[in-house]
Design a protein around this ligand. Structure first.
Ligand code: PMP
Length: 326
């Protein structure tokens, strides 16, 4: 018999899948690291378990403890699955711009979900940064995860996602393109791939309304870059410690409309039913066209599953209301 001891053992070793139609205009091979095959349907399962294991190992998380995190949903899902297997409670703080599906899913796996307004600055006591921090201080036997600054986030990708991409491409990968939120994925994968071959180029996909691209290019944290946007999962109004700007060669920004439209196109033209940041990521790859040549092997990472976006991206009334489709 071949079986996993528990659901957490099925995390990782996701497939690499070729893009065929959407990338037809590019000269090179484009492969997607298809992270929805993880049990929580996103890449975040990897770092959620690693953050918990590291916190257990050094005593920050104790038996029967409560895990507290500000999460847009996917990290929460990974943490919740691990908490069930390992016997912890979870409280997640989420901003009200996130899809209802994400909140319902977190409640379905037993987490308590606290919803906070999105349109307040991070320093406001109502913001989800502030509320999660406060709950961490007030709840007995609790541990505040802080995926933005927790180094185990990046380490998880250095130890699993990066090596998988290297091995699956037989070391032939030349470019890695990925959406950036906490920065854990790009920094962990990017450091690993650059350690194996410093010539590999690492590109981040950013949103309009986020500080990353400008900061990377100028070293200036420009508050004028910060304004509300619709794309979920990527872009920030802070500089998380997990973004290692040193391993990133550049950023490209994708509009909300393009991210949404390309998410639909992935489903309809490639049979890839994915989340909002996957549309941003593939549009980012297309925007970088001039950087690719015939023999390049471009790997783009798709973070999460389409089921969490059926009320938005996959709902044409919502798409029309945003002005994203006619
Ligand atoms: N896409 C989605 C859907 C996400 O949930 C996240 C995590 N916020 C990202 C992209 C960005 O990944 P990372 O936090 O590792 O930069």
């Amino acid at each position: 018999m071949t079986y996993a001891e528990n659901i957490l053992e099925t995390i990782g070793n996701t497939p690499l899948v070729k893009l065929n139609k959407l990338t037809a205009e590019l000269p090179c091979l484009v492969l997607s690291k298809y992270e929805t095959f993880n049990p929580g349907n996103s890449v975040k399962d990897r770092m959620a378990v690693k953050m918990i294991e590291d916190a257990e190992a050094d005593g920050r998380l104790k038996p029967g403890g409560t895990i507290i995190e500000g999460t847009s949903g996917n990290t929460g899902m990974g943490l919740a699955l691990a908490a069930i297997v390992k016997g912890y409670k979870c409280i997640f703080v989420i901003s009200d711009k996130q899809s209802k599906e994400k909140m319902d899913v977190l409640r379905a796996v037993g987490a308590e979900v606290v919803v906070c307004p999105n349109d307040v600055p991070p320093t406001d006591p109502r913001s989800y940064y502030s509320v999660s921090k406060r709950l961490g201080e007030e709840t007995p036997n609790s541990w505040y995860v802080n995926q933005y600054d927790n180094p185990s986030n990046c380490t998880a990708h250095f130890k699993s996602t990066g090596p998988e991409i290297w091995e699956q491409t037989d070391g032939k990968v030349t470019h890695f393109v990925v959406g950036v939120g906490t920065g854990g994925t790009i920094s962990g994968v990017g450091s690993y791939l650059k350690m194996k071959n410093p010539k590999i180029k690492i590109w981040g996909v950013d949103t309009y309304g986020s500080v990353f691209k400008k900061y990377h290019e100028t070293g200036i944290f420009d508050e004028n870059e910060i304004y509300p946007y619709i794309t979920e999962g990527i872009g920030e109004d802070i500089l998380p410690l997990n973004v290692n700007f040193g391993v990133i060669d550049g950023f490209t920004k994708v509009t909300d409309k393009d991210a949404a439209v390309y998410t639909q196109r992935l489903a309809r033209e490639e049979g890839m039913f994915l989340g909002n940041s996957a549309g941003a990521a593939i549009k980012g790859v297309l925007q970088l066209k001039e950087h690719f040549t015939k023999d390049d092997v471009v790997v783009v990472l798709f973070h999460d599953h389409g089921s969490r976006y059926v009320g938005k991206i996959y709902n044409n009334d919502w798409m029309r209301a945003q002005g994203f489709i006619e």
